[in-house]
Design a protein around this ligand. Structure first.
Ligand code: HEC
Length: 136
């Protein structure tokens, strides 16, 4: 094998492994989902202000039965209002977040992917979200 071919195959191998690593690594709730919910959602979806019948402060509450149906259907983002609300046109009254700028597309996709992977939301401290911008 010529050395240039060898170098090319090694580079190709690296490209392949790094690509598949990016695709296969599951979404990490604590690193990728929690910050979005903490910054943009829990101010209106907490145990005091349960707008839309939804409290996003922990796993137990987020998956609680609602009259409007489940907010999160693990494995099915297209049935999950938590994802769908982010994709609605801004004028829709169910479009989320209800105020402020919209969630960037890559973050919406991360939420979609997270639900698709089963919406894993840890119990305990890792899964608990404090209200950082409490309503006056
Ligand atoms: C400024 C307050 C506010 C913020 C911030 C906010 N919401 Fe809401 N949310 C509401 C209100 C009000 C409703 C009820 C809307 C309705 O049904 O008319 C609601 C309803 C919902 C529902 C239930 C919709 C249904 O019909 O089942 C979901 C899911 C939701 N919000 C997700 C989110 C997510 C995710 C975020 C963060 C990206 C977020 N919300 C941020 C106020 C807010």
């Amino acid at each position: 094998m010529k050395s240039s071919t060898l170098v090319a195959s090694i580079l190709g191998l690296f490209a392949l492994t790094s690509l598949s690593a990016a695709d296969d690594s599951p979404v990490d709730f604590v690193k990728e989902i929690k910050p979005i919910l903490a910054d943009r959602c829990v101010e209106c979806h907490n145990s005091e202000t349960i707008l839309g019948e939804l409290n996003l402060q922990n796993r137990e509450h987020a998956f609680q039965k609602r009259k409007a149906g489940p907010a999160i259907v693990p494995g099915s983002p297209e049935k999950s209002m938590l994802y769908l609300a982010l994709t609605l046109p801004p004028k829709d009254k169910k479009a989320m977040p209800a105020t402020g700028h919209r969630i960037p597309k890559d973050e919406v996709n991360t939420i979609r992917q997270w639900i698709k992977e089963g919406a894993k939301w840890p119990e305990g401290k890792d899964g608990a979200i404090a209200v950082t911008h409490p309503k006056p």
